[in-house]
Design a protein around this ligand. Structure first.
Ligand code: HEC
Length: 128
Protein backbone atom coordinates (compact mmCIF):
# COMPACT_ATOMS: atom_id res chain seq x y z
CA UNK A 1 0.00 0.00 0.00
CA UNK A 2 1.16 3.49 -0.83
CA UNK A 3 0.94 5.72 2.26
CA UNK A 4 -1.86 8.26 2.15
CA UNK A 5 0.52 11.22 2.43
CA UNK A 6 2.41 10.05 -0.70
CA UNK A 7 -0.87 9.69 -2.59
CA UNK A 8 -1.86 13.21 -1.62
CA UNK A 9 1.56 14.47 -2.70
CA UNK A 10 1.28 12.85 -6.13
CA UNK A 11 -2.26 14.14 -6.50
CA UNK A 12 -1.28 17.73 -5.76
CA UNK A 13 1.74 17.46 -8.05
CA UNK A 14 -0.46 16.25 -10.91
CA UNK A 15 -2.97 19.02 -10.26
CA UNK A 16 -0.13 21.55 -10.17
CA UNK A 17 1.22 20.42 -13.54
CA UNK A 18 -2.26 20.41 -15.00
CA UNK A 19 -3.10 23.93 -13.88
CA UNK A 20 0.25 25.36 -14.94
CA UNK A 21 -0.18 23.85 -18.40
CA UNK A 22 -3.76 25.08 -18.53
CA UNK A 23 -2.70 28.63 -17.69
CA UNK A 24 -0.02 28.57 -20.40
CA UNK A 25 -2.67 27.47 -22.85
CA UNK A 26 -5.09 30.23 -21.97
CA UNK A 27 -2.36 32.89 -21.96
CA UNK A 28 -1.50 32.02 -25.53
CA UNK A 29 -3.35 34.44 -27.82
CA UNK A 30 -2.40 32.57 -30.99
CA UNK A 31 -4.18 29.49 -29.70
CA UNK A 32 -7.41 31.32 -28.94
CA UNK A 33 -7.29 33.51 -32.04
CA UNK A 34 -5.61 31.52 -34.82
CA UNK A 35 -4.79 33.72 -37.82
CA UNK A 36 -7.62 36.26 -37.70
CA UNK A 37 -8.57 38.47 -40.65
CA UNK A 38 -6.27 41.22 -39.39
CA UNK A 39 -3.04 39.24 -39.17
CA UNK A 40 -3.52 37.39 -42.46
CA UNK A 41 -0.57 38.28 -44.67
CA UNK A 42 -1.46 37.75 -48.33
CA UNK A 43 1.36 39.90 -49.75
CA UNK A 44 3.56 37.02 -50.91
CA UNK A 45 1.28 34.08 -51.61
CA UNK A 46 2.75 31.27 -53.71
CA UNK A 47 1.07 28.20 -55.14
CA UNK A 48 3.59 25.77 -53.64
CA UNK A 49 3.86 27.22 -50.13
CA UNK A 50 0.31 28.45 -49.55
CA UNK A 51 -2.30 27.16 -51.99
CA UNK A 52 -1.18 23.56 -52.46
CA UNK A 53 -1.22 22.83 -48.68
CA UNK A 54 -4.76 24.28 -48.39
CA UNK A 55 -5.95 22.02 -51.23
CA UNK A 56 -4.14 18.98 -49.85
CA UNK A 57 -5.54 19.46 -46.34
CA UNK A 58 -9.13 20.24 -47.32
CA UNK A 59 -9.98 19.10 -50.83
CA UNK A 60 -7.73 16.41 -52.24
CA UNK A 61 -9.41 13.53 -50.36
CA UNK A 62 -12.49 13.97 -52.57
CA UNK A 63 -10.94 15.59 -55.63
CA UNK A 64 -8.21 13.33 -56.98
CA UNK A 65 -7.98 11.15 -60.08
CA UNK A 66 -9.49 8.22 -58.14
CA UNK A 67 -12.31 9.89 -56.14
CA UNK A 68 -12.97 12.54 -58.74
CA UNK A 69 -16.17 13.74 -57.00
CA UNK A 70 -18.25 16.09 -59.13
CA UNK A 71 -15.76 15.25 -61.93
CA UNK A 72 -13.33 17.65 -60.24
CA UNK A 73 -9.66 16.77 -59.89
CA UNK A 74 -7.55 19.21 -57.86
CA UNK A 75 -4.24 17.37 -58.08
CA UNK A 76 -1.37 19.64 -59.05
CA UNK A 77 -1.13 23.14 -60.48
CA UNK A 78 -2.65 22.47 -63.91
CA UNK A 79 -5.85 21.03 -62.46
CA UNK A 80 -6.24 23.68 -59.74
CA UNK A 81 -5.61 26.44 -62.30
CA UNK A 82 -8.67 25.36 -64.32
CA UNK A 83 -10.98 26.02 -61.36
CA UNK A 84 -9.09 29.14 -60.31
CA UNK A 85 -9.58 30.61 -63.78
CA UNK A 86 -13.22 29.63 -64.28
CA UNK A 87 -14.26 31.10 -60.90
CA UNK A 88 -15.45 27.84 -59.33
CA UNK A 89 -12.58 27.65 -56.83
CA UNK A 90 -13.27 30.97 -55.10
CA UNK A 91 -17.05 30.69 -55.57
CA UNK A 92 -17.17 27.29 -53.89
CA UNK A 93 -14.93 28.09 -50.88
CA UNK A 94 -16.62 31.50 -50.35
CA UNK A 95 -20.01 29.74 -50.48
CA UNK A 96 -21.26 32.29 -53.00
CA UNK A 97 -24.84 31.77 -54.17
CA UNK A 98 -25.02 29.49 -57.19
CA UNK A 99 -21.87 27.53 -56.26
CA UNK A 100 -21.61 24.19 -54.51
CA UNK A 101 -20.30 25.10 -51.02
CA UNK A 102 -16.91 23.46 -50.38
CA UNK A 103 -15.48 21.55 -48.64
CA UNK A 104 -18.60 19.46 -49.08
CA UNK A 105 -20.46 18.81 -45.81
CA UNK A 106 -17.78 20.51 -43.74
CA UNK A 107 -17.35 23.96 -42.18
CA UNK A 108 -16.10 26.79 -44.36
CA UNK A 109 -12.32 27.14 -44.55
CA UNK A 110 -10.77 29.65 -42.14
CA UNK A 111 -10.86 33.25 -43.36
CA UNK A 112 -7.10 33.47 -43.95
CA UNK A 113 -7.06 30.40 -46.19
CA UNK A 114 -9.89 31.86 -48.27
CA UNK A 115 -8.18 35.25 -48.49
CA UNK A 116 -4.97 33.51 -49.54
CA UNK A 117 -6.72 31.70 -52.39
CA UNK A 118 -8.44 34.94 -53.46
CA UNK A 119 -5.11 36.79 -53.45
CA UNK A 120 -3.45 34.04 -55.50
CA UNK A 121 -6.27 34.16 -58.08
CA UNK A 122 -6.22 37.98 -58.15
CA UNK A 123 -2.46 37.90 -58.78
CA UNK A 124 -2.98 35.85 -61.94
CA UNK A 125 -2.98 32.18 -60.83
CA UNK A 126 0.81 31.94 -60.90
CA UNK A 127 2.62 28.60 -60.82
CA UNK A 128 5.14 29.72 -58.22
C1 HEC B 1 -16.14 15.27 -48.70
C2 HEC B 1 -15.82 15.37 -50.10
C3 HEC B 1 -15.44 16.73 -50.64
C4 HEC B 1 -14.50 17.59 -50.17
C5 HEC B 1 -13.62 17.45 -48.94
C6 HEC B 1 -14.45 18.68 -51.10
N1 HEC B 1 -15.34 18.48 -52.11
FE1 HEC B 1 -15.61 19.66 -53.74
N2 HEC B 1 -17.12 18.45 -54.39
C7 HEC B 1 -17.56 17.32 -53.74
C8 HEC B 1 -18.72 16.79 -54.44
C9 HEC B 1 -19.51 15.55 -54.06
C10 HEC B 1 -18.95 17.67 -55.53
C11 HEC B 1 -20.06 17.58 -56.58
C12 HEC B 1 -21.23 18.33 -56.07
C13 HEC B 1 -22.34 18.29 -57.05
O1 HEC B 1 -22.11 18.60 -58.22
O2 HEC B 1 -23.45 17.96 -56.64
C14 HEC B 1 -17.92 18.68 -55.49
C15 HEC B 1 -17.80 19.70 -56.40
C16 HEC B 1 -16.79 20.66 -56.38
C17 HEC B 1 -16.61 21.69 -57.38
C18 HEC B 1 -17.51 21.94 -58.58
C19 HEC B 1 -18.53 22.94 -58.09
C20 HEC B 1 -19.51 23.32 -59.14
O3 HEC B 1 -20.24 24.31 -58.86
O4 HEC B 1 -19.58 22.69 -60.19
C21 HEC B 1 -15.51 22.42 -57.02
C22 HEC B 1 -14.90 23.61 -57.75
C23 HEC B 1 -15.03 21.86 -55.77
N3 HEC B 1 -15.83 20.79 -55.42
C24 HEC B 1 -13.98 22.36 -55.07
C25 HEC B 1 -13.59 21.91 -53.82
C26 HEC B 1 -12.56 22.55 -53.03
C27 HEC B 1 -11.77 23.77 -53.47
C28 HEC B 1 -12.47 21.83 -51.88
C29 HEC B 1 -11.58 22.10 -50.71
C30 HEC B 1 -11.66 23.41 -50.13
C31 HEC B 1 -13.43 20.73 -51.95
N4 HEC B 1 -14.09 20.82 -53.14
C32 HEC B 1 -13.60 19.77 -50.98
C33 HEC B 1 -17.00 16.74 -52.62
C34 HEC B 1 -15.99 17.30 -51.86
Amino acid sequence: MVPRIIKLFILSLTAGIYFSLASCYYDNGDTIYPKGPNDCDTSSITFSADILPIIQDNCISCHNHVSFLGSVNLEGYNNVAVYANNGLLVGSIRHYAGFRPMPDGQPMLDECSIESVEAWVRNGVLNN
